[in-house]
Design a binder for this molecule. Structure first.
Ligand SMILES: O=C(O)c1cc(=O)[nH]c(=O)n1[C@@H]1O[C@H](COP(=O)(O)O)[C@@H](O)[C@H]1O
Length: 279
């Protein structure tokens, strides 16, 4: 795989729009789907979502926590879901949210990006609270294999605000500092849409975080918070303005709640609504 993640994401946007369907097999959802709260249930839900999303969405985002919950059987189930997604033209963002010292992040990079890893994904989420520099090896491993990273900057949960709006010695907020580091990373290596992205929750007022969305027109933005957390697709343009074309609109529960027989239609409807709001 040699084409950069940013270029592949742009091609997926052009072909299928900007919807990312989250694969979050909460136990309550497994119950509603008539599936057991087991690794097998999480596998079946994931496989069904991949089938439903293929052709209607650009990206699926398995939330690793809901598979890790079942130990080795859960990881085997996740591997099956990843394998099924690879057979479609969906891109996969592994929502692993890793964050550690540099040498350990390198190992996480091997886990999520090495061409021979059973867990390889097209991009993965990571935290940078041990310093963006600690994630350098993780980002480098992604880039070397045509993959990408989304660094948490302004997350959708309200508890994050005090930490992410804290002012650094440079005068910028923690969130804006992470955004600036991502912009610098992409500037040195990408044309068009970059391969390193940021996570900006659709539930937060980005100006309160000191983030200038106009700087992000060429930066992939993973934006969760739609549906269950309260953001609406009609907010996208107000929230992201000129960078709206770079936004990966991420939705989990409010699509999955349609159940196994309704999920394909729920993906199509969401994808259409997102496209309308971005037109
Ligand atoms: O990185 C993420 O995807 C993420 C970042 C963030 O700021 N907020 C957030 O909700 N997420 C994830 O996005 C998904 C949101 O799920 P729903 O609220 O059900 O759409 C979950 O898997 C979260 O872990």
């Amino acid at each position: 795989m040699t084409e950069a993640f940013g270029a592949r994401l742009q091609a997926a946007f052009d072909a299928h729009g900007q919807l990312c369907v989250g694969i979050d097999p909460h136990p309550y959802l497994l119950g509603e789907w008539g599936l057991p709260a087991t690794a097998g249930g999480a596998r079946d839900l994931g496989l069904r979502v991949v089938e439903a999303a293929a052709g209607s969405a650009s990206v699926v985002k398995p939330q690793v926590a809901f598979y890790e919950r079942y130990g080795s059987a859960g990881f085997a189930a996740l591997e099956d879901v990843l394998e099924a997604a690879r057979e479609t033209d969906l891109l996969v963002v592994g929502d692993a949210k890793r964050g550690d010292i540099g040498s350990t992040m390198d190992a996480y990079g091997d886990a999520w990006f090495a061409d021979d890893s059973p867990l390889r994904v097209d991009a993965a989420t990571a935290a940078a609270y041990q310093g963006v520099g600690a994630d350098a090896g993780f980002i480098a491993r992604a880039r070397a294999t045509g993959r990408g990273v989304f660094l948490l900057a302004a997350t959708s949960n309200p508890e994050a605000r005090p930490t992410q709006t804290a002012i650094l010695a440079t005068g910028s907020t923690v969130a804006a500092g992470i955004v600036d580091d991502v912009l610098a990373d992409n500037a040195s290596s990408d044309q068009g849409l970059g391969s390193t992205g940021v996570v900006l929750g659709a539930t937060v007022a980005l100006s309160d975080y000191g983030i200038d969305v106009a700087s992000l027109v060429s930066t992939p933005i993973l934006a969760p918070g739609f549906g269950a957390q309260g953001a609406r697709y009609s907010d996208i343009r107000d929230l992201f303005g000129p960078a709206s074309g770079s936004v990966l609109v991420s939705v989990s529960r409010s699509i999955l709640e349609a159940g196994p027989s309704g999920v394909a239609e729920a993906v199509r409807r969401a994808s259409g609504e997102v496209a309308e709001c971005l037109a």
